[in-house]
Structures are given as structure tokens and as C-alpha cells.
Design a binder for this molecule. Structure first.
Ligand code: ZN
Length: 161
């Protein structure tokens, strides 16, 4: 896999090709695990960043921004993943256990990497996630109080914790 090309934030929308299952953003292109057209006119795609780290994307093709969510497997049915911040830096990727109330979205809320971001940042995000180590799954007690986690924003091409 080639290293992510650096694009100016927000430049270059997505270009999806259902027939080849490829997602392209500017000069960067990747084959995705699934690529679907949604009834809303949007597309959804699942990028396998590495084993157990899947990036779900949803947006309008050629749109300037996409919605991203980080999951350990299939969206909504697997554990969500958060990028934990320690010492003002990205420490790694941690699984978020289902909340004791039974609602996955409850535990994920505010902890999972789930954001609307410039499409031009997607290659950079995939590159960062590929390099981050896996951390121990968050304990229930760590869900409340919630750990500091990254929201996927970049500043000057660097992750902004
Ligand atoms: Zn809950």
C-alpha cells in the first residue's frame, strides 16, 4: 500500500466506482471491502485499514465532506473504536465495550471516532490509523468518565488531538 498523499484539507472530493469497488480521493485510491449506493443518493464504503480496524464512510460522491466512523468489524454490530489521546498525542486505537445499559450507541457516543470531515483528509486519516497501535479495550469504568479521544481533525497535515 502506498503512503497517503498529502492533500490540502477539503480539496478533491471522493470518486467512487461501484464496479471496481474502489474509492478515490485525489491521487489516492484504495479498494474497499464494501461499496454501496444508498437510497439517499449517498454512497457507503468500508475501508479495512488493518485487521480489526475498519473505517466506515458515508457521503455524496464528489462531495467535499464525508461522514466517517471507526469500527472493529461491521458498522453498528461490532464494537466501536476510539483513538485515545494521552499526553497530548494519539496513543492508539481502543475498542469501546457495549454500555452496561445495552445500547452500543450510548457507549460509543463521544468516544468513538465518528465525525464529518473533509474528503481530502481521508487518505491522511487512513495513514494515521494504519500506524497507530492497538490498546487494551476500554473498561466500562473508562467509558464513564470518558477518556479523551481524537475527533479526526487535522491541522497543518498533522493530527490535532
Ligand atoms: Zn448506556
Amino acid at each position: 500500500m502506498e503512503p497517503p498523499k498529502l492533500l490540502a484539507a477539503g480539496s478533491g472530493g471522493t470518486d467512487v466506482d461501484i464496479s471496481t469497488q474502489r474509492l478515490t480521493v485525489g491521487p489516492w485510491s484504495t479498494r474497499v471491502a464494501s461499496l454501496r449506493s444508498l437510497a439517499t443518493g449517498e454512497f457507503s464504503a468500508l475501508i479495512v485499514v488493518r485487521k480489526g480496524v475498519n473505517l466506515f464512510l458515508r457521503g455524496f460522491d464528489h462531495g467535499a465532506s464525508v461522514e466517517v466512523e471507526l469500527w472493529s468489524g461491521e458498522p453498528d454490530v461490532s464494537d466501536g473504536l476510539g483513538v485515545v489521546i494521552e499526553n497530548y498525542d494519539l496513543a492508539g486505537v481502543a475498542r469501546i465495550p457495549v454500555c452496561t445499559c445495552g445500547e452500543r450507541g450510548c457507549g460509543n457516543s463521544g468516544v468513538q471516532l465518528a465525525a464529518q470531515m473533509p474528503a481530502g483528509d481521508v487518505p491522511r486519516l487512513v495513514g494515521v490509523l494504519r500506524q497507530l497501535p492497538d490498546l487494551e479495550p476500554l473498561k466500562q469504568r473508562q467509558v464513564e468518565p470518558r477518556p479523551d479521544t481524537w475527533d479526526g481533525t487535522f491541522a497543518d497535515s498533522e493530527p490535532r488531538p
